[in-house]
Write a protein that binds this ligand. Structure first.
Ligand code: ADP
Length: 247
């Protein structure tokens, strides 16, 4: 029996591609206000796990419960609506628009009684855009065209475009890839700000960054959980050392 208070409870999850189990009987429990980092060698199944959680890939068996709701039977857009945000490695921002406009466009729209989409009142949108821009270190760049931002700033903007939708779980695939040291430090700061209200799952290869951010680390190997716990615990686990040195 699984305690009910996990934000995310993945149980016995398996997906086969032509008989090959990319994820094999995997269980994963993520708390509220947690930064969970998933590490593991190439091909371990890290990306596939995120694809399964966000509904992009459907499992062969197993369950994914999020805030008490079963996600495996849901469509991708329903999972977004349930509060799961996913950022891929390549930023998908609108380069010709300003930072403000990118964030404004991502603001969740409601539907009126006739089913038509509508934006919230301007004042509400503006204050939320400014709040998120502050979190992602772009408060002084609201009028700047997104295309001329640095690589790191573009990554933050995309995180902001997810944050403005107030997801309860944010999933990030190698968020600091290509970032400068200073940008990495600020990204760690951003993640710590985010988890005051939300949870984050990060796939990461940069072990220094993992040490800076992880509440807990899950090590995947051949589609299974090889080890789990604090970074300290995981990095001293003989099974983990063997997999990394043997690679
Ligand atoms: P990681 O992110 O840890 O590098 P992946 O989740 O991308 O690993 O891949 C795990 C394994 O599953 C790899 O061997 C990969 O080739 C395989 N795989 C992933 N997606 C598919 C797919 N759609 N079809 C067939 N094989 C896949």
């Amino acid at each position: 029996a699984v305690p009910k208070d996990f934000l995310l409870a993945v149980e016995a999850l398996t997906v086969s591609f032509d008989g090959f189990k990319a994820v094999n009987d995997l269980s994963l429990y993520v708390d509220e206000n947690e930064i969970r980092v998933i590490i593991g060698p190439n091909g371990a199944g890290k990306t596939t796990v995120l694809d399964l959680i966000c509904g992009r890939t459907k499992p062969t068996s197993g369950s994914i419960r999020f805030a008490g709701e079963e996600l495996t039977t849901r469509r991708e857009y329903e999972i977004v609506r349930a509060g799961v945000g996913r950022k891929f490695q390549n930023p998908s921002i609108y380069e010709d628009l300003t930072v403000f406009e990118n964030l404004e466009l991502s603001f969740p729209r409601g539907r009126d009684v006739f089913g038509a989409l509508f934006f919230k009142r301007d004042g509400e949108v503006k204050s939320r855009v400014e709040e998120v821009a502050g979190m992602i270190f772009l408060k002084d760049h609201l009028g700047v065209q997104a295309g001329i931002l640095s690589h790191g700033q573009k990554q933050w903007l995309e995180i902001g475009m997810l944050l403005i939708q107030s997801p309860r779980l944010l999933m990030l695939d190698e968020p600091v890839a290509g970032m400068s040291v200073a940008e990495r430090v600020k990204t760690a700061e951003l993640l710590h700000t985010i988890i005051r209200n939300q949870s984050v799952i990060v796939i990461e290869h940069d072990m220094k960054f993992v040490e800076d951010i992880a509440t807990r680390v899950t090590v995947l190997h051949q589609g299974r959980v090889l080890s789990e716990g604090s970074m300290e615990r995981v990095k001293n686990d003989p099974k983990v050392i063997e997999v990394y040195l043997g690679h």
